[in-house]
Design a protein around this ligand. Structure first.
Ligand code: PEP
Ligand code: MG
Length: 372
């Protein structure tokens, strides 16, 4: 077994010596970040902040999104701020010196709000028994009914939520900035980057970017510590890829969200890849492999290429990476290498495979013409 471990170690060293693609990891906890680092990750390419709003914080999130008054919402945001600061401090400590790309909140709303039918049934049962339901529950049901979406994945998600809920972007960016200040004062070298999700138009990114810039400067003024965080965007909607030249004016980096990009390019719900119809459809041979597993080069890949070319033309030096599941898929990694991306980001356990594959991609010598 020892000799196998040595052989793998030598192969990884060799791959690291030749590969051009950087390998980062998708991680949202200090534990995952530390694990990714042990596997050789060169940073966090995607920290999803959604899970940080579940569990005990759920009630605060309800108050933030369906707030009855501005005061309720501001109180919920004020309570979330120190919790988020602690989340980010832990991540920046675990990844000290390496980039940590923190994505602003991107939940499909249905994962955050109480389930509508359950709430309605509970209230109806109390009323039927002659009782008085909690006024908070009644108001909540009313709000949830108003916010109900038939297609939550195409609804109030990503930057849309950030622009619609006052104070949400401000709270998250302040938490990131304060965590950077805390780590800097502790002698660390925090490298936080801020990523805006589900952008479809440059105007959305511009609005979010302005708020980020304002808050970073505000925290810098309060603390006397200069906080510099590159601001970039996910490219995960076809419209974002097709208007990448405009979007690049407001972005320091692009990160391809190939999960959503595949879903929206094909019009297949990513939540239904396990559904019976999807496997029946796979058997028809329309695609060689599920486009959610191996990047579809003709469609999704073409959008990635267009976005890289137009983004770089408009913004020389624009950094580009991928953080969808495809970032850990060997065949897709060859495509990303050939397309000239700077990094792939994948689950911590896939980091070694991605390092090897990125090395092989260099050695097999594909270039941009092969990615077509
Ligand atoms: C993606 O869409 O590819 C992505 C990385 O974001 P998420 O999976 O969180 O939607
Ligand atoms: Mg996405």
């Amino acid at each position: 077994a020892d000799s196998v471990v040595c052989a793998v170690g030598r192969a990884l060293d060799h791959a690291d010596a030749v590969r051009r693609l950087e390998v980062r990891a998708n991680a949202d906890t200090p534990e995952d970040a530390a694990r990714a680092r042990r596997f050789g990750a060169q940073g966090i390419g995607l920290c999803r902040t959604e899970h940080m709003f579940l569990g005990e914080r759920r009630k605060l999130v309800e108050d933030m999104i369906v707030a009855r008054t501005d005061t309720d919402r501001d109180q919920a945001l004020a309570a979330l701020l120190p919790l988020q600061r602690k989340d980010f401090t832990g991540l920046l400590r675990a990844m000290d010196g390496l980039p940590v790309t923190i994505r602003l909140l991107d939940p499909p709303l249905h994962e955050f709000l109480p389930e509508r039918t359950g709430l309605a049934v509970r209230i109806a049962a109390i009323e039927a028994a002659g009782g008085q339901p909690e006024p908070h529950d009644v108001e909540l049901l009313d709000a949830v009914n108003r916010m109900h979406e038939e297609n939550p994945m195409l609804g109030l998600r990503g930057v849309r939520l950030g622009l619609v809920v006052p104070g949400l972007v401000t709270m998250q960016v302040r938490a990131i900035a304060e965590a950077v200040v805390e780590r800097t004062r502790a002698g660390g070298s925090p490298q936080a980057e801020i990523m805006v999700p589900l952008v479809g138009a440059v105007e959305e990114l511009r609005l979010a970017h302005e708020e980020v810039t304002r808050v970073l400067a505000e925290v810098g003024g309060e603390t006397g510590v200069t906080v510099r965080c590159p601001v970039g965007t996910m490219i995960e909607l076809p419209r974002a890829a097709l208007t990448a030249g405009r979007i690049a004016e407001e972005a320091e980096f692009f990160s391809f969200g190939t999960n959503d990009l595949t879903q929206t390019t094909w019009g297949f719900s990513r939540d239904d890849v396990e559904a019976a119809f999807f496997s029946a459809y796979l058997d028809k041979g329309v695609f060689a492999a599920s486009p959610f597993e191996t990047l579809d080069r003709e469609g999704v890949g073409r959008l990635v290429r267009i976005a890289v070319e137009e983004g770089r033309a408009a913004h020389p030096g624009l950094e580009t990476g991928v953080c969808g599941e495809h970032g850990g898929d060997p065949e897709s990694i060859h495509f990303f290498h050939a397309t000239g991306l700077d990094y792939v980001s994948c689950s911590p356990f896939r980091v070694p495979v991605a390092r090897l594959e990125a090395g092989r991609a260099t050695l097999t010598g594909m270039d941009a013409s092969d990615s077509r």
